[in-house]
Structure formats: C-alpha cells, structure tokens
Design a protein around this ligand. Structure first.
Ligand SMILES: [Zn+2]
Length: 99
C-alpha cells in the first residue's frame, strides 16, 4: 500500500490537517489544533488518482449524453413513422367511408 499525507478534517474543531497514513487504512490521530483523538478513514484514492479519473468521468458523461440524444432521435423517428402510418390509415378509412 502507498503511504502518503492525507488531508483530514477534525470532527471536534472542523479544522483541516494532514496525516501520514496508508491509503484505505483507518488511523487514530490527535488533532494538532484541539488535541482531541479522532479516528480517520483514509480514502483509497489519492489526489493524483482522482485528478486522472476526472477526464474519464467527463468522457463517460459525454457518452451517456450521446446515447440519450440517439434515443431521443430514434424516438422522434418512431413517432414520426407512427404518425405517418396513422395518417395513411385514417386517409384510407375516410376514403373508404366516403365511397
Ligand atoms: Zn481538532
């Protein structure tokens, strides 16, 4: 596991300080501001990794957006085709009725 400094917010005084710990570990440490012992769960993802993941998430969002756009276009096409079919059917029915 990688060891590094993690930004931690104290539960007592809500002030941020850094703690050297392993990623994904739960660490007990004393707050340098108020001195109270706080148990901190270190997140698995470090800042560098989260920064690297952000562009991928944006691409994923764009992909889902494209999918939604495609679904909307397909839906409109289906609706248009359905309206065409209904109008032709109605036309046929009305012409049959008039005769
Ligand atoms: Zn504190």
């Amino acid at each position: 596991m990688e060891q590094g400094y993690f930004q931690v917010t104290c539960k007592q005084c809500h002030r941020a300080f850094s703690v050297k710990a392993e990623a994904g570990a739960t660490v007990k440490c004393n707050c340098p501001f108020c001195g109270s012992e706080t148990t901190v769960a270190i997140p698995l993802m470090q800042q560098n990794q989260t920064k690297a993941q952000q562009p991928n998430q944006q691409i994923g969002k764009r992909k889902t957006g494209d999918n939604i756009a495609r679904c909307v276009i397909i839906g409109f096409v289906i609706i248009a085709l359905g309206l065409l079919l209904i109008s032709t059917l109605l036309y046929a029915v009305f012409t049959a009725m008039s005769n």
